[in-house]
Design a protein around this ligand. Sequence first.
Ligand code: FAD
Length: 368
Amino acid sequence: MNRDHADVIIIGAGIIGCAIAYNLAKRNVKPLVIDKATGVGTEASWAGAGILTSHASTYEPYPTLCRASLACYPTLAEELRAETQIDIEFIRSGTLSVFFNQAEAAGLIGLADRRVKRGFSAEILTAEEARQLEPALAKSIAGAVLFPEDAQVRNPKMVTALAKGAANLGARFLLGNPVTNFVKEDERVIGVVVNAETLYADTFVIAAGCWAGTLIYQLGVPIQVEPVRGQIVLVETMPPIFQHIVDGLGIYIVPRADGKILLGATVEYVGYDKTATVDGAKQMIDAGVAIAPQLANATFVQTWAGLRPYAKKGPLLGYLPGYDNVALATGHFKNGILLAPITGQLIAELLTTGEPSLPLQPFQPEIA
Ligand SMILES: Cc1cc2nc3c(=O)[nH]c(=O)nc-3n(C[C@H](O)[C@H](O)[C@H](O)COP(=O)(O)OP(=O)(O)OC[C@H]3O[C@@H](n4cnc5c(N)ncnc54)[C@H](O)[C@@H]3O)c2cc1C
C-alpha cells in the first residue's frame, strides 16, 4: 500500500468496522478505517448493553449466524487479551427470563421446550428456584427460564481491543473525518471523498451503522437502513444484587463486572434523535423495580441513548448489487455486539478468498 492507496477502505469504526479490520489484518491485508467521529466505537457500539444472547431454537440462517458468533467469543477474548492486554469482560452469566403470568409463561416455556428438543440448553424454574438463583427477584414472579449459554461482554472495551489489535497488525485509522462521497471510474468505485480529498483503494466496506443508507444511496442502490433508538439507565447497588442477566416485562437487567447494573432498552423509531428522555428512563426504571423491588434504592448513575442500525431483511452482509468491490456490513439491529466476531470473519473471508465459511447468500444486500 502506498500513502494514498489502501488495499481496503472500511467506512465506520464501530464494532462491525473494527471487527472486519481486525480479521483482515490477521489475514495480512492492511485496511484503512475511516470514521467521522474522533474515536472508535462512539455510536451504537458504545451504547449497547453487551448481551450475547442466542435464544433461538431453530437452524435457520440468522440463529445459526448468532450461535456461530457466540461460539467465537471465548477464543477471541483470550486472543485480544494476549494481543492488546485488554480484558473485554466476556462473562458467561446466563440469562434468567422471568415471567409473571400464564401468557408469559406459555411463550417462554414453549421456547425452552423447543430449544431442549433441538439439543440446545434451557432450564424451566419455579419461582422459588429462580429466587434461589437471584434472591432480589420480586415475590410476584411466577417462574423463570434459565438460558445458561448466554453471556455478556463490555462492548466499549471490545471495540477498543479490536481496533488496537487491528492497528498492531498494520491497520490504519483516520478518525474525525466523514466520508462524503465516492469516486467512480468506468462505473467502478475507485475512491472515497474525505475533506474534499480522494482516498483510493481496491475494495471498500461500508460499515457505517445506521448511517450506511446515505452512502449506499450515493451509489444508486436504494437499500434502506434506519436508526432505531435505544435508551439505557445505569444504576449501582452495594453490594451488587444480581449474578445473571435478567429479562422480563420488556426490559433486561445486566449486572456488569464493575458492579454497576444496566437497565435497557427502549426500541423507538424516532429518526436520528439520540435524546435520552425522562419517559424512556421511567419505562426502564418502572419495569426494573417491578422485577426487583430493591432497585428502587439503587444509586442512579447515568442514562444514555444510541441508534441501532435496522434493515428490514436483517443483517446485510455481502457485495452491493452492481458492485464487485464494495461490500456492505450493517443492519445488525439489536445483535451487533453478538454478531461482530462472525461478521468480521465472514467479510474478511469474502474479501480475501471469496469463500466465506458460512453462506452469506441469506444476508445478501438486495434492492427490495
Ligand atoms: C441501547 C442499545 C442496546 C443494545 N444492546 C445490544 C446488546 O445487548 N447486544 C448486542 O449484540 N447488540 C446490542 N445493541 C446493538 C449494537 O450496539 C449494534 O447493532 C452495533 O453496535 C452496530 O455496530 P455498527 O458498527 O454497525 O454501528 P455503529 O456502532 O453505529 O458504528 C457505525 C460507525 O460509522 C461511522 N460513520 C457513519 N457514517 C460515516 C461516514 N459517512 N463517514 C465516516 N464514518 C461514518 C459512525 O461515526 C460510527 O462510528 C444495542 C444497541 C443499542 C443502541
